[in-house]
Design a protein around this ligand. Structure first.
Ligand SMILES: CC(C)(COP(=O)(O)OP(=O)(O)OC[C@H]1O[C@@H](n2cnc3c(N)ncnc32)[C@H](O)[C@@H]1OP(=O)(O)O)[C@@H](O)C(=O)NCCC(=O)NCCS
Length: 350
C-alpha cells in the first residue's frame, strides 16, 4: 500500500522494510524496542509475542494495546495520531538501556502471567467446570489441577454451588423448603455478614462441601430480611405463604427465646455424596466450632432431623450432645444438639 517514492525516501533515511518474514523470533531477538502505532486493534498478537520475547512495548493508547502494555511497567502508551508523543516515547527508551532491560523483563513476566495459552485454556475450562458444578455435577468432572480439597472461607462466588449442595442433599428443614433460588440469596448474604461463618471444602472448581453457622440466628435473620428481604422474599413468596412453612419459620425463630438456648447455631452443612466418609464433614464442623470459639462463643447448637443418623453421629463425633426434641421438620421430630466447649475450660483449680 506504500508508493515506491515513499519507500525510496524511507530507505534513504535508514528505515528497513523487510516485507513478509516467517522467522519472526529472530526478528524479535534483534529488536531493542517493539513499537505498534496502530489506530485500531483487536487484541494485538504481535505485541503479545514481543512481550513474550522480553521486549519493552510502545503502543497506542487503544483497546487491545492497553491489555498488553501497563504503562511504565512493561512499556509506554501514546495517544493515537500523535507522532510527537510517539517519537518522545521511542527516544525515552532509546536513551536508557536500563529502562529497556527493566521493562523487557516485566513484559516477559506479564506474558507468562496473562498470555500463556495454557493458562488461558486452564482458566476458561475451569470457569466452565465451575458453572457445571453450579448445576449440581461433582463426580463426572475431569480431575482438577491441583486435585486437593482444601478448607477455606467461602467467597461470594461460591454462593451458587453452596445453595446447590444444600438443595441437593438437605431434603428436610425449614431452609430447604424455601427452594434453591432463595438459598442462593441466603448464602450470599451469610458469606458477606460479619457475624456468620461459611466455610467450604473446595477444589479448583469450587466447593464440594460446606458448613454455615451464625453467632446469633435471630439477629442474622433480621439482617437478612433487612438487606436481601425484598429480593429473597419475592423468590420465596409462593413457598413462604404456605401455612406449614410459616409455622416452621415461627418455631425456628422463637425456639431460642423460649428455651433460653444459645443463639449461636450451626445452620447447615453438606458434603457432595462422592466426597463423603473422608472426614470432610467432621473437619468442616470442627473448624466452625474453632472459629466461633475464637470469637468468644463456646456454646453452639444444631437442629437435626432425628432420622438423620449420619449427621447425628457426625455432630456427636465433633462434640455435640442431644439436648431436646422439637417438631420443626415437616412434622418430623428434630433433635436439638449442643456443643459446649466452655465446660472443658471452666474447671476452677483455685
Ligand atoms: C452429614 C454429612 C455432612 C457428613 O459428611 P462426611 O464428610 O461424610 O462426614 P465425615 O466423613 O467427616 O464423617 C465423620 C464421622 O461422622 C459419622 N458419620 C458420617 N456420616 C455417617 C453416616 N452416613 N452414617 C453413620 N455415621 C456417619 C462417622 O462417625 C464418621 O466417622 P467415620 O467415617 O470415621 O466412621 C454428609 O453425609 C451429608 O452431606 N449429608 C446430607 C446433608 C445433611 O444431612 N446435612 C446435615 C443436616 S443440616
Amino acid at each position: 500500500a506504500l508508493d515506491s517514492d515513499f519507500i525510496a525516501s524511507a530507505r534513504d533515511r535508514g528505515i528497513h522494510l523487510p516485507g513478509m518474514q516467517t522467522n519472526i523470533d529472530e526478528w524479535y531477538s534483534a529488536m531493542d524496542v517493539f513499537v505498534l502505532a496502530s489506530h485500531r486493534e483487536g487484541f494485538p498478537r504481535a505485541a503479545m509475542e514481543a512481550a513474550a520475547m522480553g521486549l519493552p512495548v510502545i503502543a497506542t493508547d487503544i483497546r487491545g494495546c492497553r491489555e498488553v502494555v501497563e504503562p511504565g511497567y512493561n512499556g509506554l502508551l501514546v495517544p493515537v495520531n500523535n507522532s510527537k508523543a510517539l517519537a518522545g516515547a521511542i527516544n525515552e527508551l532509546a536513551a536508557s538501556p536500563q529502562l529497556r532491560e527493566q521493562m523487557g523483563k516485566a513484559s516477559r513476566a506479564k506474558a507468562l502471567r496473562d498470555f500463556d495459552e495454557r493458562q488461558i485454556v486452564h482458566i476458561v475450562i475451569s470457569a466452565q467446570l465451575t458453572a457445571l458444578r453450579e448445576t449440581g455435577r461433582y463426580d463426572d468432572l475431569p480431575t482438577p489441577e491441583p486435585p486437593e480439597v482444601v478448607m477455606r472461607e467461602a467467597l461470594p462466588a461460591d454462593a451458587a454451588i453452596i445453595a446447590r449442595l444444600h438443595a441437593d442433599s438437605i431434603g428436610t428443614g425449614f431452609l430447604s423448603s424455601l427452594g434453591p433460588r432463595f438459598l442462593r440469596h441466603l448464602y450470599a448474604s451469610m458469606i458477606s455478614y460479619p457475624d456468620s461463618k461459611v466455610i467450604v471444602a473446595a477444589d479448583a472448581y469450587g466447593p464440594v462441601g460446606f458448613v454455615s453457622g451464625v453467632k446469633d440466628v435471630g439477629r442474622f435473620y433480621k439482617h437478612f430480611a433487612a438487606t436481601k428481604g425484598f429480593a429473597a422474599g419475592l423468590v420465596a413468596l409462593p413457598r413462604l405463604v404456605r401455612p406449614s412453612a410459616l409455622r416452621k419459620f415461627w418455631e425456628t425463630a422463637t425456639y431460642d427465646a423460649e428455651h433460653q438456648e444459645t443463639g449461636a447455631e450451626l445452620l447447615s452443612m453438606s458434603v457432595a455424596s462422592d466426597y463423603r466418609r473422608r472426614g470432610l464433614g467432621a473437619a468442616l464442623a470442627t473448624r466452625l466450632l474453632d472459629e466461633l470459639s475464637a470469637a468468644g462463643i463456646d456454646r453452639v447448637k444444631v437442629v437435626v432431623g432425628s432420622e438423620n443418623a449420619g449427621a447425628r453421629s457426625l455432630y456427636q463425633s465433633v462434640g455435640f450432645e442431644d439436648k431436646d426434641t422439637i417438631e420443626v421438620h415437616r412434622g418430623e421430630q428434630s433433635v436439638v444438639m449442643v456443643a459446649d466447649r466452655s465446660s472443658h475450660f471452666g474447671v476452677d483449680t483455685g
